[in-house]
Design a protein around this ligand. Structure first.
Ligand SMILES: CSCC[C@H](NC=O)C(=O)N[C@@H](C)C(=O)N[C@@H](CO)C(=O)O
Length: 730
């Protein structure tokens, strides 16, 4: 075999183990400014990381702190303060604004029972530990990014968080009454309040939840802990037809502002679906009155209050339609009660290259100290950059587009000190800080690295741009181009042609930005080139690019990927007899389409939780609207099955081409997938078996759509790598 590919399973596992050690940055908090008696200033930076632990088969979370000496506008000196500490059992934590206290929502098991506590720490003492489970005021606390929050009031006397609404205990009509609780004769009835609330016949009522990644989360409620009084109250006044989340204290702690998602007539999947009907609301704490602050005709998310507590920025996009779209950055003026559009949707990027805002979530803190600017990290074509938005002019300036780093994520900004994670396909995440220069200043932004990582010199990467041939241009949205990330070994022995693994992303409205990808990095270190295709329909290229795909899935996206592959193969770097395709979800849809529409071209196929039949998916997925929209139909909640629609859906699905498939297929399915039900993969599996096409199915219990638990991710990688090797060199 004239190649330089690592094929020994032990060597592959060693490479995976080595590269999986690199942690990812999940959070950073900036502590208060401390001034020494000599006038020197410093702030503590608290960071949280996540790392795969293959031996414990879990993702381990840990924190590390740093000290940054500064003069409020530049970093003078910085360094780590102490080593890492593993974080266990902490669902949420948040320092108070002054930094004097820290709140922690902790989950622990006592005598076999899961319990949740809300702890208040001050200096070196745990001042309070409130047993939320015993209080029985609500269900489990929400720790997710969709609804969850843990917010100190400006006065530092109250804490705001989100939990599941308390559900009355249900019992059977035939359950015998427990004697000590029933009254006999003149004995005082001593029925506990809980017993009084118990309802019969409700044990098996279906409670729909918010779908993939939010399983069991159905009716969130806003909860407030009065720290001094030690009591928890569930906020009243929230309309019955909405699910509240992403809450924070209004100016002066007069009430609470939050996002409310409409959950009537039914809930659909909400994770990665920022197009769900939602509005900003305000509940006044004194009168309990609830006021809707935005129109209710759009989808909003990520409301963020300015430091001067005068304005709220938030993201807005259209309801239904493509699940990820170009967002508007809007602003609500607290005192005039007026909303305005700061940055509108960008249909086609202009001369300045700004392609629009694509983000389902602003960082927890994103305002500059002067309450005039907002920092957004979002995809700009195949990069992810930091954008500075001037909220009074709407101007957008990239702070990082000239950098050779491909991916910048804003973790936090406090008093203009930004904390960021930056990475590239050949460089795992690094932690950097830098002061945002004053408004209208020409000063250069200077980044200081707090935690470096190891650049991998063996990995080379570049961004390729493609213009579809005229016959593949989209007549409704003409002139669109697209890109791909090409990741390949830096050193290639003379005469060796690289094997190529083609990876279209899922979504379809998402994007591969030049970030650190574990799978691609290991495959590259094994000797493969990886082509990660951002076909038309990807986010980050303008709204027209996104809108060009719905109704054309299964053709335009498939042709874009094939065009990119054939363009790359024209060079003599790659071995066109050793090309594999691998994708997940909609990426799996594309992988199955490619092997059906180009029989024999791909020598191996890997498909993770693939969409294989839109018609059979619509009745079982948490995103039925996605099936209709991507097939080219408008969706309404009362739409019913229609044979003509199902025929179109079938025609656009990979299952339609399964009779042409020759390529061996590896399917990896998550048992708990609510997004693309595993029956999709099994339907395709059976069709291949019937055709006697080599097919292998891996089934991962306890895993959902992302297959991101350590066991599925690591076992999945080994099987994918060996499947590709087996069939590229047979
Ligand atoms: C982050 S884009 C997700 C878009 C879409 N959201 C809701 O419908 C979605 O979940 N699409 C799936 C079919 C899909 O392709 N998911 C991708 C991207 O998350 C995946 O790799 O799982």
């Amino acid at each position: 075999m004239n190649s330089q590919v690592v094929t020994n399973p032990e060597d592959i596992a060693r490479l995976y183990r080595e590269l999986s050690l690199f942690p990812s940055l999940s959070r950073a908090d900036v502590g208060p400014v401390v001034t020494s008696q000599y006038g020197g200033k410093y702030s503590n930076i608290y960071t949280e990381w996540s790392q795969r632990d293959l031996d414990r088969n879990e993702n381990v979370n840990f924190c590390r702190q740093y000290i940054v000496f500064h003069d409020d506008k530049s970093v003078v000196y910085s360094g780590a303060s102490g080593n890492c500490t593993e974080i266990k059992g902490e669902l949420q934590s948040k320092d108070s604004p002054s930094g004097d206290m820290k709140a922690v929502v902790r989950e622990c098991t006592i005598k076999g029972e899961d319990k949740q506590f809300l702890e208040i720490w001050s200096k070196n003492i745990k001042m309070k530990s409130i047993n939320l489970t015993a209080l029985k005021k609500h269900g489990k606390v929400y720790e997710d990014d969709q609804f969850g929050c843990l917010v100190w009031s400006h006065s530092e006397t109250h804490l705001l968080y989100v939990a599941e609404r308390k559900r009355p205990k249900a019992k059977s009509f035939f359950q015998s009454e427990s004697p000590e609780l029933s009254s006999i004769g003149d004995e005082e009835e001593t029925v506990s309040s809980e017993e009084k609330e118990t309802v019969k016949g409700e044990q098996f009522v279906f409670h729909e939840d918010w779908g993939e990644g939010l399983v069991g989360k159905s009716c969130p409620v806003l909860c407030v802990l009065d720290i001094e009084g030690d009591n928890v109250s569930v906020l009243e006044g929230v309309p019955d037809n909405i699910s509240p989340g992403q809450a924070f204290w209004a100016p002066g702690d007069t009430g609470v502002v939050f996002v409310g998602w409409l959950h009537e007539p039914f809930r659909c999947g909400l994770k990665f679906c920022p197009n769900r009907s939602s509005s900003l609301y305000y509940v006044d704490l004194t009168g309990g009155k609830c006021e809707q602050l935005t129109s209710g005709t759009s989808a909003v998310s990520s409301p963020r209050l300015s430091p001067d507590q005068c304005r709220i920025v938030y993201l807005e996009c259209a309801v239904f339609g493509p699940h990820m779209q170009c967002s508007r950055l809007c602003m609500f003026d607290w005192y005039t009660k007026k909303t305005s559009v700061v940055v509108d949707v960008v249909n086609r990027p202009g001369e300045d290259g700004f392609t629009g805002i694509y983000s389902s979530q602003l960082s927890r803190q994103c305002w500059s100290a002067d309450s005039q600017r907002v920092i957004v990290s979002c995809p700009q074509r195949s990069r992810k950059d930091l954008l500075m938005v001037d909220t009074s002019t709407g101007s957008v300036t990239s702070l990082t587009s000239k950098s050779d780093v491909g991916c910048w994520c804003l973790l936090n900004i406090e008093r203009d000190l930004m904390v960021v994670s930056c990475s590239s396909p050949n460089c795992p995440p690094r932690l950097r800080v830098g002061f945002l220069p004053p408004r209208d200043s020409q000063e250069e932004l200077v980044w200081v690295t707090l935690e470096d990582s190891q650049m991998l010199p063996e990995i080379d990467w570049q961004i390729l741009t493609f213009t579809p041939p005229p016959e593949q241009d989209n007549s409704q949205y003409p002139g669109l181009d697209f890109e791909a990330l090409l990741i390949k070994p830096k050193e290639v022995k003379d005469g060796v042609k690289l094997p190529l693994i083609v990876t279209p992303h899922g979504g379809p409205h998402s994007v591969f930005v030049a970030d650190w990808f574990l799978y691609s990095s290991v495959l590259c270190r094994m000797g493969f080139a990886v082509l990660m295709v951002n076909y038309r329909g990807s986010t980050g290229y303008g709204q027209d690019n996104i809108l060009s795909l719905p109704g054309n899935v299964g053709t335009q996206d498939v042709k874009d990927v094939q065009f990119a592959v054939e363009s790359v193969l024209k060079g003599d770097e790659f071995d066109m007899q050793k090309v594999a395709v691998s994708g997940g979800s909609h990426g799996g849809f594309l992988a199955c389409h490619l092997i059906g529409q180009y029989p024999g071209f791909y020598k191996a196929c890997v498909s993770r939780n693939p969409v294989t039949n839109l018609a059979s998916m619509i009745g079982s997925t948490d995103i039925p609207d996605w099936c209709m929209v991507e097939a080219g139909f408008d969706y309404t909640t009362d739409c019913l099955p229609d044979p003509a629609v199902w025929e179109q859906m079938l025609n656009k699905s990979p299952i339609r081409y399964v009779t042409q498939v020759q390529t061996p297929v590896l399917l990896t399915l998550g048992e708990d997938d609510k997004r693309v039900p595993s029956k999709q993969g099994i339907e395709y599996y059976r069709a291949l078996q019937a055709k006697k096409v080599p097919v292998r199915l891996l089934w991962y219990p306890g895993n959902n759509h992302s297959l991101s638990k350590v066991d599925a991710e690591s076992d999945g990688f080994m099987n994918i790598a060996l499947w590709i090797i087996q069939h590229l060199w047979k």
